[in-house]
Write a protein that binds this ligand. Structure first.
Ligand SMILES: [Zn+2]
Ligand SMILES: [Zn+2]
Ligand SMILES: [Zn+2]
Length: 318
């Protein structure tokens, strides 16, 4: 018998067994009165809660009576306890024999803490809302996604805790990856750490960052940014105060910004800028563009005139 084979055999004997619940050969996760159980069966049994038909107590009911009814650990004669080492909670235990909520609490203190074992006061509402979630285990699992990667939820929370991410919407616009950042921003809005913002506006702001990056002329990028910041976004925010914005509102605003960028490029190709643009240029542009395009650029030209960035121009009807 080879040494490696003997080791495998020992490993099998020590760690692998037929689960007494599901019958599959699996790692031993617990030892119960009727035999060893696998992790899946252990976790599933610990999710069963209710009034024990044996003693009448409200608890987790991982045991099984002969008649098939779920019963508590005491009535089933378990030697192991599933009580949290810190609080009265009974259920799945994590490192330090802590229940899921206590384990999540410690994780959050570590990530959002100020180093003194307390969560930073401005982030406390986030911690409370995560701890109060109906399924704390899913939050704990969420924290472990992409573990070790800079874009993991864990890493984003740690940056928040250290104050490396400002608690402003502006900071979240540029945070990468945007999907994880958007989820975190929604959580922060839900617990009022960040002011509520319309979903369509968030989407437009995120898109705008990428769009500005594609504009090669720095002067154009600055103009488009100003137009978006001082005209398009405030108009959307005003509207959002009274009504829920639709994807069509978001699309129109995006098209305004995109076509404004194209208009500025066209103007540059005519050796013109906004300052030197004449009525004849406006007329030419309108003659060569569709009603759809004109209606999208109209807002920019009106804003540019009102802001004295261009001379007073007559805009042909749509
Ligand atoms: Zn099993
Ligand atoms: Zn009982
Ligand atoms: Zn606990």
């Amino acid at each position: 018998m080879s040494r490696a084979y003997a080791t495998d055999e020992q490993y099998e004997r020590w760690f692998i067994t037929n689960c007494c619940h599901c019958g599959r050969r699996r790692h031993k996760a617990g030892s119960w009165p009727d035999g060893h159980v696998c992790r899946t069966c252990l976790d599933r049994a610990l999710r069963v809660r209710g009034r024990c038909p044996g003693c009448g107590d409200e608890r987790v009911l991982p045991g099984l009576r002969d008649d098939g009814l779920a019963i508590c650990t005491d009535c089933a004669g378990f030697t192991a306890s599933f009580r949290c080492s810190r609080c009265p909670e009974e259920g799945k235990l994590h490192r330090g024999r802590l229940c899921t909520r206590c384990a999540l609490h410690d994780r959050l203190v570590d990530l959002l803490g100020d180093g003194s074992g307390e969560i930073c006061p401005e982030l406390a509402p986030l911690a409370t809302s995560l701890l109060d979630a109906p399924r704390p285990l899913s939050i704990l699992n969420w924290l472990y996604t992409r573990k070790g990667k800079p874009e993991s939820p864990e890493s984003l929370l740690r940056q928040l805790g250290r104050g490396e991410i400002a608690l402003t919407h502006e900071a979240f616009h540029t945070l990468q990856p945007w999907r994880a950042a958007a989820h975190l921003r929604e959580l922060l809005m839900a617990c009022d750490v960040l002011p509520q913002l319309d979903k369509q506006i968030c989407s437009l702001e995120r898109w705008l960052i990428g769009h500005l990056d594609t504009i090669t002329d720095p002067g154009h990028a600055q103009l488009v940014h100003q137009f978006a910041t001082w005209e398009v976004l405030p108009r959307l925010r005003n509207r959002a105060e009274n009504t829920l914005l639709t994807p069509a509102n978001r699309r129109f605003a995006g098209e305004q910004i995109k076509l404004t960028t194209q208009f500025l490029t066209w103007l540059a190709e005519q050796d013109r800028s906004l300052e030197t643009c004449r009525q004849a240029d406006i007329d030419t542009w309108h003659a060569h563009h569709s009603e759809h395009e004109r209606s999208r650029v109209r807002g920019f030209l009106l804003w540019a005139m009102a802001s004295k960035l261009t001379r007073s121009l007559r805009l042909p009807g749509p």
